[in-house]
Design a protein around this ligand. Sequence first.
Ligand code: GAR
Length: 194
Amino acid sequence: MKRTKPRLAVLISGTGSNMEAIAAACRSGLLDAEIAVVISDNPNAAGLSRARKMRIETVACPYKRGIPRGENEIPIIEEIRGRDVDWIVLAGYMKILTSDFVRTFPGRVVNIHPSLLPAFPGAHAIRDALDAGADFTGVTIHIVDELVDHGPIIAQEEVVILPGDTEETLASRIHAVEHKLYPRTLQELIHEDI
Ligand code: GAR
């Protein structure tokens, strides 16, 4: 069968609001691509139900503690390979990928991170920016390399931290930026405008 659109595998661990924004952009035509599959290391991720409601195929590859990270990635790699995927889009995927995973799909894994990298890497970027007393933080979209929260940056947008901001209020403004920036940046990346 002839395929018409670039195919994405979206990896999530939680809520999946970025996945939903990407799926909506694929449907509206803002993003000329299709989500081939949504994969989660967490079988209870709310994002899996959100994807199913949008009639997107989902796969849970439950993370098993006590075995090497690389072994946990084998089923994920197989799911991706079986679907003729062009780009792997991390959207709140909270497991650190091994070098082997990154080398399996060189230059084809994209991540979104809720800070202006290299500031505030890690799993608690929003809280860390607040704790540091920063005046602003933001959103970064980058190609994933073999280091954590690292690799060529393809888009960044600043978000001002307001007096009295809590983790919740700041996260909600960061998410609003992410939901616009991720689909737009993917469109430019996939169609080689970056
Ligand atoms: C997003 O804010 C994303 O930037 C962040 O997780 C959130 C997922 O939200 N990712 C990281 O912190 C990666 N280090 P979502 O599940 O609602 O899309």
